[in-house]
Design a protein around this ligand. Sequence first.
Ligand code: NAD
Ligand code: MN
Length: 489
Amino acid sequence: MADEQGFDLDYAPAPESTGIVELADEYGLYIGGEFVEARSGRTFDTISPSTEERLATVSEAGAEDVDRAVAAARTAFEDHWRDTPGTVRARYLYRIARQLQERSREFAVLETMDGGKPIRESRDVDLPLVAAHFFHHAGWADKLEYAFPNRRVAPHGVAGQVIPWNFPMLMAAWKLAPALACGNTVVLKPAETTPLTALLLAEVLNDVGLPPGVVNVVTGAGETGAALVEHPGVDKLAFTGSTEVGKRIQRSAAVRRLPLTLELGGKAANVVFEDAALDQAVEGVVQGIWFNQGHVCCAGSRLLVQESIAGDFVERLHARMARLRVGDPLDKNTDVGAINSAEHLARITALVESGVEEGAVLHQSACDLPDRGFWFAPTVFTEVQQSHRIAREEVFGPVLAVQTFRTPEEAVEKANNTPYGLSAGIWTEKGSKVHWMAERLRAGVVWANTFNRFDPASPFGGYKESGFGREGGLTGLGAYVRDAGGVSR
Ligand code: NAD
Ligand code: MN
């Protein structure tokens, strides 16, 4: 690759060593503080999406296994965990956080091997946020009376938590940390394409001496998830994943009047005004859709750019896109890694084909994609109509749909014209415009002159089909307690 002055932009490969990760050939389920074989007798393989190599064979939990895990969580809850003082729960959470910091490189490499995301992301974004999340909730565990003043609260009991493959460790942290801080016990089901870091986390939980049964990890696919969600022994449900599965879980939880938080898809718009700092905005848009292959529920998958600068902005975007490094996710220079699975790649490909058929104009970066593994080149669509599927449906891949607007009112209308409402971005020099827009955007998170920034103290969650409930912050903590009646002080 060379830039416009002819300078060579190719770097020598700089792959992160996988030597730090010790993979077992087979993994059991983590139930009652032990790794056990699944009674179902079934297993499945998890592969590296960048090489298609088998990494390990993992147990598939059947109904009987899920039952065992829920029973272990119930016993731990009733025997001791619900009565364990907050100061003690805090100590466990601090220990987990510190262990995760100490072993963060190992976790980052494994996350990248199993899921395909660039090591730069797992190392510099995911794992630091994971540790921060445990530290943050360790701080709350012995201060719940201040978190919920004038209320007497109690944990729900056993939390059933189902998480997706795009941020395996971060989603585990978002769900486990507040649950444990509030005195719940947990059965966690990681996604079938990325089970390995959750199993390594189970090892850490064991190492820090977390009592048996407080956290249980059952691996498997949708059937295992359904068995957990439907289990009569769970008292609270938390799900992150597709809107389709989320709706099914919502129906089932409603019938049983179970508390539920749902974090589903998104179709976020990055709104760029003519007075924005354009190069910064380009960088924000690029990060928002192409880093992590667009496998982000709050990805900025739509760009709404003011008509007066649209031509210039799209040109800058194309130039930046041409320089993105797509390939080996273990390489420290890689911007865009592997698509998580062959099935997901097929879904992205089909949606992009629909964009071309429906008349949008496709522009893709001309990168050499590796021969093995699952890849999709960074893609921009212009001339996008609101009726096009790529404008309305979540692609969950490195595909950006560009539309234009003339006035702020039109920008709001177009940004809100989606069944989703998870996040949005605003790029402008004017603070007053940021506030005017933020008040009108129907999105759970609105970033201004930045994108995809997270903090454990800041609640995250959506409107409409993006789900309900919040994770992080006091609101997120509140999802893991119920009113116990009476007033604490
Ligand atoms: P999915 O909803 O099928 O999977 C998410 C999790 O739910 C996984 O752990 C899965 O095993 C489990 N699951 C599947 N069926 C279940 C059921 N009936 N009951 C309980 N649990 C069940 O998502 P997917 O198929 O992996 O991805 C499909 C689409 O979902 C993506 O294209 C994307 O649009 C969206 N998605 C969103 C997020 C997010 O962060 N919001 C994450 C992943 C995927
Ligand atoms: Mn995998």
